[in-house]
Design a protein around this ligand. Structure first.
Ligand code: SAH
Length: 225
């Protein structure tokens, strides 16, 4: 899979891909992440990528020209499955979306800044708009990193057995139940006995029950989906 991220702040998108699981996925060649600085595409003499809002009002708007040039150049090089705009009014990201997007080949993620982008960008270039939650960030970069992380860890071969995605929260519409590691007793606080029993059928049953109860308590809405 290849992810192209378009941004005015490429430095914000460095560290998320330079550590741990995402770094390993890139090193193994399972995913390519390319970050493009929008300023490299502006034809404007001042290198500006934004302008005042027509009709007046506070906040700058990202201009269409550099975004068009960057997206058009990428599209001339390969086909893209989706051109995504990170936006608080987009579809809220969830595990189901991450699952299906992990099967795509090439995606572009456009990060907004200031007040957002000229509406014509959204009308003519964007195929999908994604929000990472009902709050407003100062830019799309952290959202793009969140979206990329959620997708990349689901690409086959990225997670090892120990970190298998299949038992994570939201797969099968269940939250993960409690987990424990050594010591079996700490300051008198004991690990549930069943986990030490060696009876794997019982352990599976216990885990299933815990996941169900935990989901019922915290997110009953998931059980009705
Ligand atoms: N004026 C816009 C917010 C602009 S915030 C509005 O009221 O809807 C600047 C940029 O940050 C946005 O263009 C978007 O790319 C990004 N952003 C802000 N909140 C986000 C969220 N919840 N999810 C994804 N991207 C977000």
């Amino acid at each position: 899979m290849r992810i192209d991220i378009i941004t005015v702040l490429p430095e914000l998108l460095r560290s998320p891909f330079e550590a741990s699981i995402l770094k390993r996925a890139i090193d193994k060649g399972l995913v390519e992440v390319h970050v493009h600085n929008l300023r490299d595409y502006t034809t404007n003499k001042q290198k500006s990528v934004d302008d005042y809002q027509f009709g007046g009002g506070a906040g700058m708007v990202m201009s269409i020209q550099p975004i068009d040039d960057c997206i058009s150049k990428l599209k001339s090089e390969r086909n893209y499955d989706e051109v995504i705009y990170m936006s608080p009014d987009g579809e809220t990201l969830n595990q189901k979306m991450a699952n299906s997007m992990s099967m795509l080949n090439n995606i572009i993620i456009l990060c907004g800044h200031y007040k957002g982008v000229d509406q014509r960008v959204r009308d003519h270039f964007i195929t999908k708009e994604i929000s990472i939650g009902d709050y407003v960030l100062s830019g799309g970069e952290l959202g793009a990193a969140v979206l990329s992380d959620a997708i990349i860890r689901l690409i086959p071969g990225v997670l090892s057995n120990e970190t298998s995605a299949l038992t994570d929260s939201f797969q099968d519409n269940l939250l993960s139940g409690p987990i424990y590691t050594r010591p079996a007793e700490y300051k008198g606080w004991k690990v549930p006995a069943v986990l030490l029993s060696g009876n794997f059928a019982e352990i599976d049953k216990w885990r299933e029950h815990q996941a169900y109860e935990h989901t019922k308590n915290r997110r009953p809405d998931l059980l009705n989906e």
